[in-house]
Design a protein around this ligand. Structure first.
Ligand code: ZN
Length: 277
């Protein structure tokens, strides 16, 4: 699915049929910022054709919000981009981990019989590495600020430009928080995002999956739901009384597909609470 927003800068969003993973394109006067290009080879070819047709003279820059396989899968198609931006923790991933991430793409492709040229399967190399929280990147007179966002994964990175926030896999309307890295870090990141939304007067939230939130009220609502979920699973882990999963089932239309992540969240939180890591 394709959507565009007449914001400043202008935004184009391409949503994959797989997990509704979003590719976001920000259009600056002479350059582009292409975020997490994905997923199927046909969808990636369509995005490349869209850019070629509409912005043939603009330089492409890439931004990877985190290292999950569905967010790095498109690098190989855009490997001639001017720059690729990622967080320092993502740049520092050991090569074994990078191989595993590429393997996840191969397994997903094999599961759905997706044909992809093996030579496009490349993990994005280090280029512009964000080392400092709030680091500034200037592009065509616009100020883009990057902030670390650990919790979903350890290497998450979000960015703010004007009233737009690109927030990776946080605050998606399609899913409750998926906590692969750390519950504590996730909670801190939500708090940090809430402050940053105020600071930047954010009105457009571009999440990694699902629909754009184009109103402050919708952004607030998503924050509320995410915080509520964290509170609920913490309550369950502390009290031992299972949460009523019916409300999650009603809230999230893909519940039967994502239910396992809820149980994995609980397991991770139990481990964190008992002092394991
Ligand atoms: Zn994702």
């Amino acid at each position: 699915m394709y959507t565009s927003i007449k914001s400043k800068p202008e935004v184009h969003i391409f949503s994959s049929v797989l997990f509704q993973t979003n590719t976001t394109l920000l259009v600056f006067p002479t350059q582009l910022l292409l975020v997490d290009p994905n997923y199927t080879p046909q969808e990636l070819a369509d995005i490349a054709a869209f850019i070629q047709q509409n912005f043939p003279d603009k330089k492409i820059n890439l931004f990877f919000t985190h290292s999950d396989y569905d967010h790095v899968v498109g690098y190989g198609i855009f490997q001639n981009a001017a720059h690729g931006i990622m967080s320092a923790p993502m740049a520092a991933l050991p090569s074994e981990r990078k191989k595993d991430i590429l393997q996840e793409i191969k397994i997903t492709d094999a599961t759905w019989y997706i044909e992809r040229s093996p030579e496009t399967l490349i993990f994005p190399p280090k280029d512009i590495v964000i080392e400092k929280d709030g680091q500034l990147w200037e592009i065509d007179g616009y100020q883009v600020r990057f902030y670390f966002a650990p919790g979903h994964t350890a290497d998450g990175l979000v960015c703010f430009v004007n009233d737009i926030c690109i927030c990776g896999d946080y605050l998606c309307d399609t899913e409750f928080p998926f906590i692969y890295h750390s519950f504590e870090a996730y909670r801190n990141t939500l708090q940090k995002l809430s402050q940053l939304f105020k600071q930047y007067d954010t009105r457009i939230l571009l999440s990694g999956h699902g629909k754009v939130a184009a109103k402050s009220a919708e952004i607030e609502h998503r924050l509320l739901l995410a915080n509520q979920y964290l509170e609920d699973i913490e309550k369950e882990v502390i009290s031992g009384i299972p949460l009523d999963e019916n409300y999650l089932q009603k809230q999230y239309p893909f519940w039967w597909g994502i239910k396992k992540f809820h149980h994995e969240n609980l397991a991770l939180l139990r481990k964190e609470k008992s002092g394991g890591s």
